[in-house]
Design a protein around this ligand. Structure first.
Ligand code: GCU
Length: 602
């Protein structure tokens, strides 16, 4: 700090972070890191809480590493004072005092590296950071990111040094009305770098992403390739699909390739989840993917997978764990899939935000179908253009990350949003954006009932391929007559999936009288749902709310104790409630009623 500088200026600058907003990572700059050579930066980092965002106000990131004993003027921060914190991790589970911490915190680590070689780009890749991140390398702001569940890429080429590098990431999970999700939601607001961080070294001109899918309506005989380069330049790559003996040139113009290819791959389905190795060669890089090819479309009120009628039986699931919070690991995902199988499910709704990338990859292998969504949840600021830009970007990042996942058949653009004009415009724009980015999947949203007409009626429906219906007859509304009346009143012209239905039960609370919050009540709830739904042909699926109990501070009765207890399995992810078997029976009834007595492939 120079003499002329006022050491107290930061006390009076409430626009301290405004300049940072100019440098944001977005869907357009996202690089698919899968299978690329990377220096993992996971491990134990240092964490410093910063509820006042002093780190930005006082520019802690610009401080050099002079030890305190050598400081000429006092400082308020030294990274070595931070507490050890795992990455991936959520700060909420570091110690009890942090469980409910909402605000900013700094993750810092040092690492050794070679400087960027000529013609090389060095990229920092983040799996996700809840909810906003600002990233500094050796004091240089690389950029920031908004959205707590999607990946982002930042260019570190210029800032990277040979030898010791210091990486600082301010992460903050403040709940705000203009954000996506907004400040009111029914899940736990974990904070932190809850997915992996890595350093990628790629050629200056590199393929950012590519997507390859079976072209809808091509009679399963044409593939479409879309690929993007890092720069607006022309180039040439090569697509190779060894199993098909296929190899062809891929011309890039202005950094984009869009190719239609004659090829008839074996079809992916839950009964036969066949995946093909695909290589995209460009410059000295080979990007590898394992891709399943399938066609998903609707016909009237039916959903067709590879031309075959499909009934979706499944459950919703949050990314929530007693021990790891928002962090998923493969064992957890394997267990999730095994529990779905045990229920006789072929479907999972990944609520209410993009889940860890490995979930869809493992469901590709396992043959489980998925609904993936962005957290446009409840009363979003639908009239705020910045909020729309944020939602559109999160959708773009989700699609860019998971475009090659056969298991994902539905993009969800929202959940339980009141039917206003602003919402209609906002969510219709998202539905359009999803189709533009990916014409190979269906678009849906979890819609509400039109209470005035008591029908499944939502102006957004005409922008959707599949109508999601969240209904809680038999729990929040007494009895199932309302459900029968609603279903009888309604005549949707497209498939309806019950995207949520469920009842709370505290594991171990047994009472033959089936009072509220008892296991018996949850079981009879699914019997009632099955009896109503099985008779209505336009209902083509059910996603029960939900697989596991999860943390939610909105739930404060003694039975709930800070958890949403609608799981058919308790939060320990082991204890099955009576509702588990009842839900499995509900699936059997729904399938039998639709002429699909057994789960695919069983
Ligand atoms: C809503 C909402 C869920 C919530 C559930 C519940 O439908 O979409 O996120 O947890 O109701 O009340 O349990």
């Amino acid at each position: 700090m120079t003499d002329a500088e006022d050491p107290f200026a930061h006390l009076h600058d409430e626009r301290y972070d405004a300049p940072l907003a100019a440098r944001r990572a977005t869907a357009a700059t996202l690089v698919n890191a899968h299978g690329r050579a990377a220096l993992p930066l996971d491990g134990i980092w240092r964490l410093t809480l910063d509820p006042f965002e002093e780190g930005l106000r006082q520019r802690w990131y610009a401080a050099d590493d002079t030890p305190p004993e050598a400081w000429d003027t006092p400082r308020d921060w030294e990274w070595e004072a931070g507490e050890p914190a795992p990455v991936p991790g959520c700060w909420n589970l570091l110690r009890p005092e942090l469980l409910h911490y909402e605000g900013a915190a700094w993750y810092v680590r040092v690492f050794e590296a070679e400087a960027a070689a000529p013609g090389e780009a060095v990229l920092l890749q983040f799996g996700a950071a809840a909810q906003r991140a600002e990233v500094f390398l050796n004091g240089v702001h690389l950029g920031g990111h908004l959205g707590g569940s999607t990946p982002f890429t930042l260019d570190a080429t210029a800032a990277l040094r040979a030898g010791r590098n210091r990486l600082m990431v301010m992460v903050e999970n403040a709940r705000r009305p203009e954000r996506v999700p907004m400040h009111h939601f029914d899940w736990f607001n974990y904070g932190g770098l809850h997915r992996s961080v890595a350093l990628l070294r790629v050629p200056r001109l590199h393929v950012r992403r590519f997507a390859l899918w079976l072209e809808p309506g091509s009679d399963f005989r044409r593939l479409r390739l879309r690929a993007s380069l890092s720069h607006d330049e022309d180039g040439r790559g090569r697509l190779v699909i060894p199993a098909l003996g296929f190899s062809a040139d891929v011309p890039f113009e202005h950094g984009e390739a869009d190719l239609l290819i004659e090829a008839a791959p074996p079809l992916w389905s839950p009964a036969s989840p066949v995946l093909l190795d695909v290589e995209l060669h460009h410059a000295c890089e080979v990007l590898r993917e394992r891709i399943g090819f399938r066609e998903i479309r609707t016909e009237g009120t039916r959903i067709l997978l590879n031309g075959e009628d499909l009934v979706l039986c499944g459950a919703c699931v949050h990314e929530d764990d007693l021990a790891t919070g928002r962090c998923s690991d493969e064992a957890d995902i394997v267990r999730r899939i095994a529990h779905a199988r045990e229920l006789g499910a072929n479907f999972l709704r990944l609520a209410h935000y993009p889940h860890d990338e490995r979930v869809a990859r493992m469901c590709d292998e396992a043959g489980i179908l998925l609904w993936a969504e962005i957290p446009v949840y409840w009363a979003i600021a639908f009239d705020n253009t910045a909020t729309l830009a944020d939602a559109r970007n999160q959708l773009g990042e989700l699609i860019a990350r998971d475009a090659n996942r056969a298991s994902i058949i539905l993009w969800g653009v929202g959940n339980e949003n009141a039917d206003t004009d602003a919402r209609l415009a906002f969510m219709a724009a998202l539905a359009r954006a999803a189709r533009e980015a990916d014409p190979s999947r269906l678009v849906t949203a979890a819609c509400l009932i039109n209470r005035a007409t008591f029908r499944i009626e939502d102006r957004l429906a005409e922008h959707l391929d599949v109508i999601g219906l969240n209904e809680y007859f038999g729990w929040y509304e007494q009895g199932f007559q309302g459900l029968q009346r609603l279903l009888a009143n309604s005549s949707p012209d497209r498939p309806v999936i019950v995207s949520e239905t469920g009842a709370d039960a505290r594991a171990g609370h047994r009472d033959p009288a089936a009072p509220l919050f008892s296991e018996e009540r949850q079981a009879t709830f699914y019997e009632g749902q099955a009896a109503a739904l099985e008779r209505v042909p336009y209902v083509r699926g059910l996603a029960a709310w939900l697989l596991y109990d999860f943390r939610s501070l909105r739930r404060q009765t003694r039975a709930q104790g800070g958890f949403n207890r609608k799981g058919v399995i308790a939060e320990d992810k082991r204890t099955r409630k009576l509702g588990f078997a009842a839900l499995a029976a509900c699936f059997r009834r729904l399938r039998e009623a639709r002429g699909h007595p057994r789960p695919e492939g069983r």
